[in-house]
Design a protein around this ligand. Sequence first.
Ligand SMILES: N[C@@H](CCC(=O)N[C@@H](CS)C(=O)NCC(=O)O)C(=O)O
Length: 230
Amino acid sequence: MPATERCLSPSEGNKAIGGIPNMHYFDFKSRGRGNVIRLLWEDAQIAYDDTRYTFEEYPKYKESTITKLNPATTIPVIEIDGQILTQSYAIIRHFARQLGKYDGQTEEAKYWADAICDIVADWRTLFIQAFFNERQAETYPKHQQGDRNRFLTALETHLKSHDLSRSGPYITGKDITYADFVLYQILHDEDLIQDGGNGLQDYSRLKQQVDAVEGRENIKAFMASKRYRG
Ligand SMILES: N[C@@H](CCC(=O)N[C@@H](CS)C(=O)NCC(=O)O)C(=O)O
């Protein structure tokens, strides 16, 4: 049976998004697409139910529960007040718009947050193909040397050169957007920020962004809590 845990207490943020969301996702530490959404909820202090499926039990529930909720049979899936939400990037953009504070203050900022998010989405697809691969010992090192470096360099260059990003610390400047959680999470999942951020020693602008996300009060509290699984 998947375990469901209630996290945080109901707040104004829950009113803004229309209830207490229940997320169906893997029991995969604090990793993956599901954790991008958790970061937003934790930052905004939104109460949520976290339904975690072990990798062993998931295939059975994918056939039953998840297929009924999502014809594309992927997770994360969110249930909120009778509504079903699918597709992680659409989900996080939806909550950002409802909260009115994570989707960029200007059209230029909204575009730039979406652009960086889409780059990371491309990166995550390649990361998953290489990491969750039967031939991981061969495919993941190749990914680390090839695609991963290519995305790191592209993102570092973007954040160092774009007018909004240059001042930092976040993607669009001083205000965080949902895309900062998307970017933070891929850097985390690729194990680039553990060990004091050694993996980012050649990417100072990305390190600045990571430090800013980790320095946020509610994110710090999340990472110090039992809810955070590494
Ligand atoms: N574009 C989708 C991709 C969803 C996706 O591929 N989810 C993975 C987990 S991160 C999944 O469902 N894997 C299990 C499976 O496909 O059976 C999204 O962003 O939600």
